[in-house]
Design a protein around this ligand. Structure first.
Ligand SMILES: Nc1ncnc2c1ncn2[C@@H]1O[C@H](COP(=O)(O)OP(=O)(O)OP(=O)(O)O)[C@@H](O)[C@H]1O
Ligand SMILES: [Mg+2]
Length: 252
């Protein structure tokens, strides 16, 4: 699968369906996403898992959404900056997907083609939870956009880090306040009220219930070390499906 196979000028539905099948079946790497509320520890755990896998000789790419590409990082700035006001929920959703479409073709598919382990901080489940649940746009539009714009690519594993709404958002707020540069302001979502995050949380749990094969809920209320140990235990058996040469290096 290459990015060019996913050119947006595939006109007929049948051709598009064929493209989707190729996209999903021919990837050689492993696509792992981290999901959960703001401040639950996704970035912390992604970094730790990345180091752990690299130390074991595996080829890892770490990336994030929104962002992950030069164009996507500009969109991220617009979306997350607390100074962005009055953004329509549909504009928010489609900007998320604009960044994702770019990310998919520029980073995600090429990395998977090269057989890498791709660790991604947030993916389409975030859109379903935040814009679908939090903003009340519903899941259907998010899933449809994902099908149309992202070839319906599904992660091999999604680690949903479950935590308390208040604890997580409080941590994210404190972390962002500690960042000195105003240009790095990423606090727009943290200004939402508790009922917004309660809907986001509920939406995440619905996704996990709907797709238990892909989404694994990890209790992220413990220390970073405890959560890391749980994640390594979860990921290790998945490495078995990598090609034999890399498997020998990766699984201990
Ligand atoms: N298990 C933990 N216990 C206590 N603090 C933690 C834990 N994990 C991470 N933190 C701290 O909480 C803050 C938020 O963590 P982190 O940035 O990893 O969360 P995140 O899920 O990536 O947040 P966001 O969605 O806002 O990017 C950081 O300051 C981090 O050091
Ligand atoms: Mg983060």
């Amino acid at each position: 699968m290459t990015a060019s196979n996913l050119a947006p000028n595939s006109h007929s539905c049948s051709r598009f369906a064929a493209v989707i099948i190729v996209a999903v079946s021919s990837q050689r790497g492993m696509f792992i996403t981290f999901e959960g509320l703001d401040g639950c520890g996704k970035s912390t755990q992604l970094e730790r898992l990345g180091s752990n896998l690299r130390e074991r000789g595996l080829d890892v790419t770490a990336t994030r959404e929104p962002g992950g590409t030069p164009a996507g990082e500009k969109i991220r700035q617009l979306l997350l900056d607390a100074r962005t006001v009055s953004l329509d929920p549909y504009a928010e959703l489609t900007l998320m997907f604009a960044a994702r479409a770019q990310h998919l073709r520029e980073v995600i598919l090429p990395s998977l083609d090269e057989g890498k382990i791709l660790l991604c901080d947030r993916f389409t489940d975030s859109s379903e939870a935040y814009q679908g649940g939090g903003r009340k746009l519903g899941s259907a539009i998010v899933l449809e956009l994902h099908r149309l714009l992202c070839a319906n690519l599904q992660p091999d594993l999604t680690i949903l880090m479950d935590s308390d709404v208040a604890t997580s958002v409080d941590r994210a707020r404190r972390r962002n306040q500690a960042k000195a540069a105003p240009s790095a302001d990423e606090g727009r979502f943290e200004r939402e009220n508790r009922s917004f995050f309660t809907r986001v949380h509920a939406s995440y749990l619905e996704i996990a219930k709907r797709e238990p094969q892909r989404v694994v809920v990890i209790d992220a209320r413990g220390t970073p070390e405890q959560t890391h140990a749980k994640i390594v235990k979860l990921v290790n058996p998945k490495l078995e499906s990598l090609s034999p040469s890399r498997r020998t290096l990766g699984v201990r």
